[in-house]
Design a protein around this ligand. Structure first.
Ligand code: KE4
Length: 406
């Protein structure tokens, strides 16, 4: 839209929406229902963006719309803790036992940033370790790139990030425990936390290698560093208890977002009471937010999580598995965990960011536009995950496979 280009940088409110990685003009999408979205010319598409993760039930699920409407008519926010916050926190804690205490915020970025602050306060240490290709939102200390060698200090991954801040974050290689061990040893006694997407989904979907997460648990424990799972995407997406339940590894802190807000702006961080009681006003770590725990967000989150029954997960697994096995594209490989999936334009599914980057992104862009022309809208980047929702039934999967084979 022309007006958008004059009003927003790049015409968007988040970079990936500008379609820079695939080229062309993004459609103007104005309505969504279940697995489908419509553009302003009335064309219908099958949607695999799903708001980049939150819409696990598909667009405008009746129970979520009703819950938001009811909360909106009740007024608020009221500036004090409300029953909706308690209800959502109880559901989350019952499904993720590693979370004894939680704090709601308004985005995954805020949640990750705050979890790092807690880790620094808890350990009295300053350095953080993240993984190349891991994305945890746009807080300065998380926008860094690996220095020339894995052992050299990181450099800013964005303009405007101070070098001194970038140097506080070290970068290891996903699925490579030796690279983590080396960084922990090189900075022994100085690492506050290792933050990881337990299933990487921002380099495309890259599952953890066997033993990787268990190894991180052991390495961080013996180094006196906290292990932070960024489950903004995987939380309640890959199963009722997220990736930590799926792989049986308990982090010290968990970062959440997306699904827990049912499509409305949300984030959360939580963990053991002794850690979270460091957060103000219980403790010395300051963190605040005008609209944290917003009644509409809590209502949407409760309605969404309540709909995530074992039957629903089983149904989504069945359809996502059919999509994976049916996606036979020349020179491409599929990586999938539950309803998270990526078609990589490379012979083998990658094990880390360096391998993911060797995908044929031009081929992906061509495929993307062919699918868009065939009425299927995919996330506009080789390095994003496709999201299958509970509304993607067999006929929708068949139509997707038919378009892909063409
Ligand atoms: P937000 O601040 O965008 O709510 O969450 C940041 C974040 C944190 N952790 C993980 C694992 C994430 O994937 C994200 C955000 N994901 C991106 C793309 N996968 C959202 C899309 C966008 O940036 O517009």
């Amino acid at each position: 839209m022309i007006a958008a280009r004059t009003l927003f940088p790049g015409g968007v409110n988040s970079p990936v929406r500008a379609y820079r990685a695939v080229g062309g003009e993004p459609p103007v999408l104005v309505r969504g229902e279940g697995p489908h979205v419509w553009d302003d010319a009335g064309h219908r598409y099958i949607d695999y963006v799903g708001a980049f993760g939150p819409l696990v039930l598909g667009h405008a699920p009746a129970e979520v719309v009703a819950a938001i409407t009811e909360a909106a008519e009740a007024g608020g926010p009221f500036g004090v803790t409300g029953p909706g916050e308690v209800r959502l926190a109880e559901i989350i804690a019952s499904r993720m036992p590693s979370i004894e205490r939680i704090r709601f915020v308004n985005s995954g970025t805020e949640a990750a940033m705050s979890a790092l602050r807690v880790a620094r306060a808890a350990t009295g240490r300053d350095l953080i370790v993240k993984f190349e290709g891991g994305y945890h939102g746009h807080a300065d200390s998380l926008l860094v790139e690996a220095g020339s060698g894995a052992m050299t200090l990181s450099i800013p991954g964005s303009a405007g990030v101070a070098r001194s801040v970038a140097e506080q974050t070290l970068v290891a290689t996903y699925n490579d425990l030796d690279s983590v061990d080396a960084v922990l040893r090189a900075h022994s006694g100085k690492i506050a936390a290792v933050i990881v997407e337990p299933i990487a989904a921002n380099m495309g979907v890259v599952p953890p290698a066997r033993g990787f997460l268990e190894g991180l648990r052991d390495l961080t424990a013996s180094a006196g560093a906290l292990l932070i799972f960024d489950e903004v995407i995987t939380g309640f997406r890959v199963g009722p208890g997220g990736a930590q339940e799926l792989f049986g590894v308990r982090p010290d802190l968990t970062v959440l977002g997306k699904i827990i807000g049912g499509g409305l702006p949300v984030g959360a961080y939580g963990g053991r009471a002794e850690l979270m009681d460091l957060v103000a006003p219980a403790g010395p770590v300051y963190q605040a937010g005008t609209l944290s725990g917003h009644p509409l967000v809590m209502a949407a989150g409760v309605a969404t999580l309540r709909a995530l029954t074992p039957e629903l997960y089983a149904g989504v697994e069945r359809q996502a598995a059919r999509l994976e096995s049916g996606l036979r594209v020349e020179g491409a490989s599929v990586a999938r965990v539950g309803s998270l999936l990526t078609l990589f334009f490379r012979g083998q599914a990658p094990r880390n960011f360096r391998e993911a980057k060797s995908s044929d992104t031009d081929a992906f862009a061509r495929f993307f536009h062919k699918m868009l022309d065939s009425g299927v809208v995919l996330p506009p980047s080789q390095f994003e995950a496709w999201f299958v929702s509970a509304a993607h039934d067999a006929s929708v999967i068949d139509a997707t496979l038919e378009a892909a084979s063409r």
